[in-house]
Design a binder for this molecule. Structure first.
Ligand code: HEC
Length: 243
């Protein structure tokens, strides 16, 4: 025997270990049908911590040229900047939809994701989806917003929360409204959040938070408002998909 036992066992063990940590990329699924377009169903414009998974999955749908959902059509996700998808490719289900969980990269900023499908001739159709990764301070601001501000500043109600937005006589803007929020300096944002609308000749419906929140919590809210504004507060790099 000119091969010792470890010459066999060690590569086998290495193979097992590698499998557990990096499951082999599944074979490309064979499409059962083809569509003409891919559209976003849900999951865009989410804010998550850097490197963290988005709270909601991203869901897309493949349609034929008449706008009807196509089951068994191929979908592929791609993005730059260390974004990870679980899974990154597959076939649409019986409802024509495909769902993936997305983890953003390690740098704060907006990320662009591309979901693509191909038709029977190999022609590509795609949809671009934006998500935002934020650092610790903005993440804290996001949590404070959910506790104190969102019920007045977000016009949309959710199953957990009824929006108070439409009951207000003065208009509270969504913090994503860059056209309004970007024009307000940091100092004025801090002033209106600390002292409330009345102290600044604005509506008293905007309550003062100077006694309830610390200086660093108010700074965190300002950082969050800057991070989510659309158009961006300061033009920042976008990690464009490279596929
Ligand atoms: C009870 C409802 C209510 C809550 C809660 C509330 N706001 Fe407001 N906010 C308003 C209203 C109404 C205005 C508009 C005031 C005006 O223009 O006269 C406003 C205005 C503002 C503005 C100026 C930009 C704009 O939208 O016009 C900022 C910034 C702001 N709020 C931040 C916050 C933050 C941060 C919180 C949470 C800590 C918060 N608000 C909580 C009602 C609210």
């Amino acid at each position: 025997m000119n091969r010792t036992w470890w010459a066999w066992v060690i590569p086998m063990m290495a193979g097992v270990g590698a499998c557990a940590r990096h499951p082999a990329t599944p074979l490309e699924p064979q499409p059962k049908a083809f569509g003409a377009e891919v559209i976003l169903v849900s999951g865009d414009k989410q804010v998550a911590g850097v490197g963290a998974q988005l709270d909601q999955p991203v869901v897309v749908q493949v349609n034929d040229s008449k706008g009807s959902a196509v089951a068994g059509a191929p979908v592929r996700f791609a993005a730059a900047g260390g974004v990870a998808f679980q899974p990154d490719r597959g076939l649409t289900g019986s409802d024509g939809q495909f769902t993936t969980n997305v983890s953003l990269g390690g740098m704060a900023g907006p990320y662009q994701i591309v979901a693509a499908t191909t038709d029977s001739s190999g022609k590509r159709a795609e949809v671009r989806i934006e998500e935002i990764a934020v650092g610790y301070q903005e993440r804290l601001g996001q949590q404070l917003n959910a506790i104190h501000c969102i019920r007045c500043h977000d016009p949309e109600s959710t199953p957990e929360r009824v929006s108070n937005h439409d009951n207000l006589s003065a208009q509270a803007h969504a913090f994503t409204e860059g056209a309004v929020l970007n024009a307000i300096s940091d100092a004025n944002l801090i002033a209106i959040i600390s002292h409330g609308g009345a102290a600044l000749n604005k509506s008293p419906e905007m309550p003062p938070y100077g006694n309830r929140l610390t200086k660093s919590e108010i700074d965190a809210l300002v950082a969050y408002i800057r991070a989510v504004s659309d158009p961006p507060y300061r033009p920042q790099g976008v990690f464009y998909a490279t596929n």
